[in-house]
Write a protein that binds this ligand. Structure first.
Ligand SMILES: Cc1cc2nc3c(=O)[nH]c(=O)nc-3n(C[C@H](O)[C@H](O)[C@H](O)COP(=O)(O)OP(=O)(O)OC[C@H]3O[C@@H](n4cnc5c(N)ncnc54)[C@H](O)[C@@H]3O)c2cc1C
Length: 408
């Protein structure tokens, strides 16, 4: 019989990686079980090294940035647009910079179009924690400001179309963006593999944790309010009296394992198009209005387009998407004078469709289970952090909270 209790963390997404690291750093014996051959979950590198999708952090994401520092990866996340986000509007060909944080709007050159006194009042109302209605309805009197700033922000942060998205959830994001430094936008310079997952796994191993890939938790046995056995594909683990579990899984997996729990059931897709075109110069991140493309990330390793809340777009075929997106990228690249050649015909492109990228953040609070479900089982995962949209920040905070909830 093992003398030291074991903490079993199930799921090596960001939440599981954080929980496992915090537990291992506090001297606990940790085993991290991951169903697939790789870590990262919805924030991972594909086998050829491409990111599953562009992941951006904001300066407001303090917990995520702290985690990056802890794993020695903070410097690999670079601020892409310190002068304000470049935004290209396909409707009129205009190219301007818009600061994400209201604190920077003191500079008229960084203000969003349509920012009148009544527009500011509308934003303040959105930011206050009162009531909940669709963001588009809340901004109906300010169509210019909505189109230029609030709709792209809603779709990016909540992964939900504006006519459906919760103003209360967006309000949380707006309040956080009001803090100094909060509007800085950071991306992984070389990709999620080298700049997040590999350093996290390295740090975990140094902290003494064991990682089991290809270990899918299929079922659990419960007796008298405790989990007494974990059943994987080929093996079962009988738990000792003081063993603990952190279940860091997406909602649909938790619902399968613990059917009595109510979890978010509606999800929204994100589409990413990765073009084999090497960006020259520093990493760039450009917003595009009025087309298929929402955001373009230009790195030396390639050019990636993000389409969030992509309900319709994920149903389209890659060969139809590539020329449309590439024409938009070229126009934006030219408008902002990006260096290098931007040939007319699209380079090779790979489409990655994440159909359940995040829960939908529609009006009304989603089901929020307690963190502690059984006496020796706590939950983690982006969707379990009630105060934020399902993001890396929420995943990190949930992992930290789960580790704290595990008794010594
Ligand atoms: C394309 C895309 C773009 C995104 N962009 C951003 C962004 O720009 N900024 C941002 O902050 N967030 C972004 N997100 C959201 C972010 O990726 C997630 O919020 C975060 O990664 C969730 O982490 P998690 O650990 O909670 O869950 P997951 O990543 O889902 O991790 C769960 C893990 O558990 C494993 N697993 C599942 N079932 C089992 C089982 N039965 N047994 C063992 N293991 C199992 C999975 O394989 C996975 O590794 C994006 C998401 C996607 C898909």
């Amino acid at each position: 019989m093992s003398l030291q209790a074991t903490c079993h963390v199930i799921g090596a997404g960001v939440a599981g990686l954080v929980a496992a690291l915090r537990l291992a750093q506090s001297g606990r014996q940790v085993v991290l079980h991951e169903a697939t051959p790789v870590a990262g979950g919805r924030c991972r590198a594909l086998p050829d090294g491409t990111d599953n999708g562009t992941h951006a952090l904001m300066g407001a994401n303090r917990a995520a940035l702290r985690f990056l520092s802890d794993i020695g990866a903070r410097d690999a996340w670079v601020e892409a647009e310190p002068e304000g986000l470049p935004v290209f509007d396909l409707a009129d060909g205009s190219a301007r910079r818009i600061a994400a944080s209201p604190l920077a709007w003191r500079d008229p050159a960084k203000r969003p179009p349509g920012l009148s006194a009544s527009g500011i009042l509308a934003l303040l109302r959105l930011a206050l924690p009162i009531g909940d209605r669709p963001v588009a309805a809340a901004m109906a009197a300010h169509p210019v400001l909505y189109r230029a700033l609030i709709e792209p922000l809603t779709v990016a942060a909540l992964n939900t179309p504006g006519h459906e998205a919760s103003s209360a959830r967006l309000g949380v994001v707006l309040r956080r963006l009001g803090r100094p430094g909060a509007g800085a936008l950071l991306v992984a310079r070389d990709g999620l593999g080298p700049d997040l997952i590999a350093p996290a796994l390295r740090t975990l191993e140094q902290a003494g944790a064991t990682i089991r890939f290809g270990a899918r938790l299929r079922a659990m046995t419960e007796a008298e309010g405790r989990i007494i056995a974990l059943h994987f594909g080929d093996d079962s683990i009988m738990l000792q009296a003081r063993d603990e579990i952190v279940l860091a899984l997406p909602p649909w997996e938790v619902a399968r394992l613990i059917p009595k729990l109510r979890v978010p059931e509606r999800h929204a897709p994100i589409l990413n198009l990765h073009f084999a075109h090497r960006g020259k110069g520093p990493v760039r991140f450009i917003g595009v209005l009025g087309g298929l493309t929402q955001w373009v990330l230009v790195r030396p390793s390639g050019v990636s387009v993000t389409v969030s809340a992509a309900d319709a777009e994920v149903e389209e075929q890659a060969p139809d998407l590539a020329p449309r997106a590439w024409a938009e990228i070229r126009a934006a690249a030219k408008a902002f004078g990006l260096p290098g050649d931007w040939p007319e015909s699209p380079p090779a492109m790979r489409a990655v469709k994440e159909r359940r990228a995040t829960p939908r953040h529609a009006v009304g609070m989603p089901p929020q289970p307690l963190r502690q479900i059984y006496r020796n089982l706590v939950l983690a995962g982006d969707w379990t952090w009630p105060r934020l949209p399902a993001t890396i920040e929420a995943a990190v905070l949930s992992g930290e909270a789960a580790a704290k909830a595990v008794p010594r």
